[in-house]
Design a binder for this molecule. Structure first.
Ligand SMILES: Nc1ncnc2c1ncn2[C@@H]1O[C@H](COP(=O)(O)OP(=O)(O)OP(=O)(O)O)[C@@H](O)[C@H]1O
Length: 627
């Protein structure tokens, strides 16, 4: 069969173009990526051979080999792992299988520097070979295929690749890089040794390097032999006290293909009822597809050090989907399948334990304010899904949330609920918050006026998830959450007797005005009341529920096809405000109605940021201004 020419998937071509301009300061990572792929291929075959030992009978010892050929200018990375058939090579080495890839490349910024940074996060895997090679050839034989069913795949990275059937005596894959002239330094034995020990010391498969041995007698020819250069002890099987930070960092890169260091990690070995080892990491930056529902997350699962599967989603809840790492247990059978996993009591126990581990790791990170701010900016929004998703750990997750508040006067989200409760005045019994469409809208909201005057701290929330979050949690540390927009804002003992008396008197005094307003507004409002919540604003609206829907939430619900009923507003007026005073003096009922509608529209505008009928509002504003 003659070699067939295929075009790369458009995204691969884009990726290859970008690679030429990025990662130039970090070229050596190509070797880590190729060794990681080789190690994955070995892991996959090791797993298959549990069911079918014949697959590895001829060649039972797994290995990865790295060989430099100075004369040919090639570097070959070989493994005796699972290998690929012709169809598999065409499928895997010409496309990127991640869901959402197309969108990722479409949205990639024109800014070269930014794009390069993102590409590292995206994980370039096999394609990183083209950073140093101007031709890459892959010769591979699947562990299930005969010698004459092997594949030869080759490409110079310029838009196309060729593939054909070939013959290979042994199973597994050789990746042969014809190095660019400028990259011949990677043929040097010491350079290679250095890179392998730096990046791949603690992967579980031995990596051998083809090394020259110069005899003492210089007249004799040098000899060559395979020398194992990595430690080949799976990192997580070592006692945590024997593992250096650098090793944890390198292992993370091997595991996740991330180019950056992790933000933190937790390594635990647990014996007893439930036996497992876990190594959990938090990345520094959120992956580009954190909100892509199709993206698979989850831990790598090992059973007694044998790799079983990637992306085992069963071990952590969705709100911890940014946690990377692995779990190795002796309590699941080696032949465990996804179906068994979903149904197993051991899985449930492990999930409970690992969720705790992950939350403890985040809690520890919170002790370092700077690092935690970094974490919060990347993953805070995802963590906010936690208190509702995971009622069992609600209190603990709430402790990990951070908010902006009226105390600081900035939009920095650095107040914890524990901080808030600790500085609550003795008379304060509740936790006050407000949700709005933006920080500014929250911070300047008229609903905060009295609270501010009384010096009560209010948490300011404006994330898309906030309304949903606050609508679904009741209390923290026994203190109820109360929205500043609540219908009958419960200030408890913060309301002093004197004020209450004043409010009652004011209500009596303005009874007539309130009745006139009710009549003027007709069915538009549910009720009209005199309020003590306002200081500088003439009026505000409150909904029938304790927490009013913001415009943003309304649109979201409507977009999701839900019927959102019109808000049934109560208008609250501040009789001390000059505008309300001015309105009260209006004797012409038609003009008074115009005033009433104007005040009501203004209050809705302050709350929702938009109006159903803005032109009528502007018209009546103009008329009133010209009077
Ligand atoms: N040495 C190898 N042996 C067998 N299959 C391989 C080997 N190298 C690559 N492949 C196949 O090619 C696919 C693509 O590899 P690539 O490194 O681009 O992505 P990946 O490893 O799937 O993703 P990531 O690098 O983000 O983990 C692999 O998933 C695997 O199926």
């Amino acid at each position: 069969m003659a070699a067939q020419v295929h075009g790369f998937q458009t995204e691969v071509t884009k990726l290859l173009k970008l690679l030429a301009n990025s990662l130039y300061s970090n070229k050596e990572i190509f070797l880590r990526e190729l060794i990681s792929n080789a190690s994955d291929a070995v892991d996959k075959l090791r797993f298959l051979s549990i069911q079918d030992p014949l697959l590895t009978k001829d060649d039972p010892l797994f290995h990865i080999r790295v060989k430099a050929d100075e004369a040919a200018g090639t570097l070959t990375i070989s493994d005796n792992g699972i290998g690929m058939t012709l169809d598999e090579a065409n499928e895997h080495l010409g496309t990127i299988a991640k869901s959402g890839t197309e969108e990722f490349f479409r949205n990639l910024s024109q800014d070269q520097a930014k794009a390069s940074q993102l590409i590292g996060q995206f994980g370039v895997g096999f394609y990183s070979a083209f950073i140093v090679a101007d031709r890459v050839t892959v010769v591979s034989r699947s562990a299930k295929a005969a010698a004459n069913e092997a594949v030869r795949w080759t490409s110079d990275g310029n838009g196309t690749y060729e593939s054909e059937l070939t013959t290979k005596d042994t199973r597994g894959t050789d990746v042969i890089l014809t190095l660019k002239d400028s990259e011949k330094g990677f043929l040097n034995e010491w350079t290679l040794r250095g890179i392998i020990t730096k990046y791949s010391d603690h992967i579980s498969t031995p990596v051998w390097l083809w090394e020259k041995e110069t005899p003492a007698d210089e007249k004799k020819e040098p000899t060559w032999k395979w020398v194992q250069v990595n430690d080949a002890k799976a990192l997580w099987t070592l006692p945590p006290k024997d593992v250096k930070d650098e090793q944890y960092k390198e292992f993370y890169k091997h595991l996740t293909h991330d180019y950056d260091d992790p933000l933190t990690w937790a390594h635990n070995r647990v014996e007893g009822d439930l036996e497992y080892t876990s190594l959990l990491y938090i990345p520094k930056t959120a992956p580009w597809d954190l909100y892509n529902r199709e993206q698979k997350n989850g831990l790598k699962l090992y059973v007694q050090r044998v790799f079983i599967m990637d992306n085992a989603e069963e071990f952590l809840p969705n709100y911890l989907r940014f946690v990377k790492g692995l779990v190795d247990t002796a309590d699941l059978p080696l032949n465990v399948s996804r179906e068994i996993l979903q149904d197993s009591a051991v899985t449930r126990k492990l999930r409970r334990a690992l969720t705790k581990r992950a939350l403890t790791m985040i809690g520890k990170l919170a002790e370092d304010k700077t690092k935690y701010a970094e974490f919060w900016s990347q993953f805070g929004r995802v963590l906010k899904e936690g208190p509702v998703e995971d009622r069992t750990n609600q209190e603990e997750i709430l402790k990990l949330l951070r908010f902006a508040s009226t105390k600081s006067g900035t939009n920095a989200e650095d107040v914890s609920l524990t901080d808030y409760v600790a500085r609550m005045p003795e008379k304060q019994k509740h936790i006050y918050y407000i949700t709005a469409g933006s920080y500014e809208a929250a911070a300047n909201s008229p609903y905060l006026e009295t609270l501010k005057k009384k010096g009560i701290e209010v948490l300011l929330l404006w994330d898309r998830v906030d309304e949903w979050l606050m609508g679904n949690v009741e209390a923290f540390d026994g203190k109820t959450f109360i929205s500043a927009t609540a219908k009958d804002l419960d200030l408890g003992e913060l309301e002093d007797k004197e004020e209450e008396k004043q409010k009652e008197e004011s209500e009596k005094q303005h009874k007539g005005l309130v009745e006139r307003l009710k009549k003027a507004l007709g069915g538009k409002v549910q009720d009209v009341k005199v309020t003590a919540r306002l200081v500088d604003s003439p009026a505000c609206v409150v909904g029938a529920q304790d927490q009013m829907l913001t415009q943003q939430m309304r649109r979201m619900l409507e977009a999701a096809g839900q019927a959102v009923p019109e808000e049934n507003y109560t208008l609250e007026i501040n009789p001390d405000h000059p505008l309300i005073g001015r309105m009260a003096t209006e004797t012409d009922e038609a003009k008074f109605t115009q005033w009433a509608n104007f005040i009501f529209a203004e209050a809705q505008l302050a709350d929702q940021g938009t109006l159903k009928d803005p032109s009528s509002f502007i018209k009546s504003l103009n008329e009133l201004l010209l009077k």
